[in-house]
Design a protein around this ligand. Structure first.
Ligand code: ADP
Ligand code: ASP
Ligand code: MG
Length: 405
């Protein structure tokens, strides 16, 4: 069986007219002799609207009920798409995550997919049906609905493509593919024809919304070739796959940014073993995702620790940190709710000295203050004032010659 898995994001199924267009595209592919499995996101910003409704009742609702609510968005788009296909004389069936055999961890809101049991999908394909599956959701061992993290439909698509051993997995969105940076922010951004899994994983993890990080991780682990394409045209898109390091020309191939970042710093912490472990365990227990962590040099048996967390966890994170600072006798807690993380990414960085220095110089020469820095072999990230984000991305994009990439 030749199978294509396609995923259509919220922007691609945002209206009845768009759903009709998606249906036509699916029919065109089916006519080429493929069995079609289609994963959909909720229409437009529907999931955000559901979040707003929930938060009006409780800012921290129960994970189970929150997931039950958020998962409804995908049911609407999948049934409408199945109806549109049937009306165009192509038999289609919509399946929830549960019906499609998507099993996840027990935890809610960001559950990992543990297994896909594709028997139902395969039997519907055998009956020559187009199978439409709700993205972003699964079921846990308690038979409760789970969701797998915002933007997670990409990951649903990759997991299903891997389980079906599909020929490839196409991710349809509102831009032509993966660019050197967000093309909606920087008009000079260039599209990659091909991008390496590792580079894509860094870009996605550092804020490039175009693919969900776990989708890239899964695609690499299971050898699924991903193709990111525009649902509004028939352009080639970007292929995400293993790229030989010999073929890489530029040390930096992408700029990512994440404005959903807050910074908290504790100064004058007693420099004793176990202090950092205790603070970060408390934050972890509260399910706060800590990202960058920087500890300063010890002076007079004291040191400072600064870290970043997502903005929607800021209030909770600050409260925990302040209480912790008091119990251990730290000097003070300093915080900034709205900062940005700007990052340069490239697998070629490993063998090119001076890349980080060039980034710091570009920012420094333009009066953009760097607050925290972290590096890995293939990325450098800096925390800066949120107001400087666009300027920093623009400067780094042109400074690393990505306009002519
Ligand atoms: P979908 O609803 O299809 O899942 P998303 O909004 O999640 O779409 O992702 C697509 C968006 O990702 C684009 O509209 C673009 O603004 C943003 N984006 C950020 N960085 C990049 C990048 N490097 N390449 C392409 N798009 C990017
Ligand atoms: N609808 C979900 C969200 O908005 C999942 C997705 O779009 O991938 O996060
Ligand atoms: Mg998305």
């Amino acid at each position: 069986m030749k199978i294509i898995v396609q995923k259509y994001g919220g922007t691609s199924v945002g209206s009845i007219e768009k759903i009709q267009r998606v249906a036509d595209r699916i029919i065109t592919n089916k006519a080429k002799g493929y069995k079609m499995v289609v994963i959909v996101s909720a229409m437009g910003d529907f999931t955000d609207e559901l979040v707003t409704l929930a938060k009006q009742i409780d800012p921290y609702p129960s994970g189970r009920e929150y997931d039950a609510l958020l998962a409804t968005g995908e049911s609407i788009s999948s049934s409408l798409l199945a109806m549109a296909l049937t009306k165009k004389n192509h038999e289609a069936i919509s399946l929830t995550g549960w019906q499609a055999g998507i099993y996840t961890e027990a935890s809610h809101n960001k559950a990992k997919i543990l297994d896909v049991k594709p028997a139902r999908i395969l039997s519907e394909l055998q009956n020559d049906k187009i199978v439409i599956i709700n993205g972003f959701q699964g079921i846990n061992s308690d038979d409760d609905i789970t969701t797998i993290g915002r933007g997670g439909s990409d990951t649903s698509a990759v997991a299903i493509a891997a389980a079906l051993k599909a020929d490839f997995c196409e991710i349809y969105t509102d831009v032509d593919g993966v660019y050197t940076t967000n093309p909606n922010l920087i008009k000079e951004a260039r599209k990659h024809d091909i991008i390496d899994y590792d580079e894509m994983l860094e870009l996605a993890s550092l804020g490039a919304q175009v693919l969900h990080p776990r989708a890239v991780e899964g695609a690499k682990a299971f050898g699924v070739t991903l193709v990111v394409r525009n649902s509004y045209n028939f352009n080639e898109g970007t292929i995400v796959k293993e790229v030989s390091k010999m073929e890489i020309k530029n040390p930096v191939t992408g700029i990512a940014y994440d404005e959903n970042t807050s910074k908290i710093a504790i100064t004058g912490l007693p420099d004793k073993p176990g202090i950092a472990g205790k603070l970060f365990s408390e934050l972890a227990e509260a399910k706060i995702n800590v990202d960058m962590i920087v500890q300063s040099n010890q002076t007079n048996a004291k040191n400072d620790i600064a870290f970043t967390i997502p903005q929607d966890e800021f209030a909770k994170g600050l409260e925990i940190t302040k209480a912790f600072a008091k119990t251990v006798g730290a000097k003070e807690v300093d915080s900034q709710e709205h900062v940005s993380k700007v990052s340069i990414v490239g697998v070629g960085m490993v063998s090119s000295p001076g890349v980080a220095a060039k980034m710091f110089s570009i920012l420094g020469e333009n009066n953009i203050n760097i607050d925290l820095i972290t590096t890995s072999e293939i990325k450098v990230s800096c925390i800066i004032d949120q107001k400087e984000t666009n300027k920093a991305v623009q400067l780094l994009h042109s400074g690393f010659n990505l306009e002519t990439y």
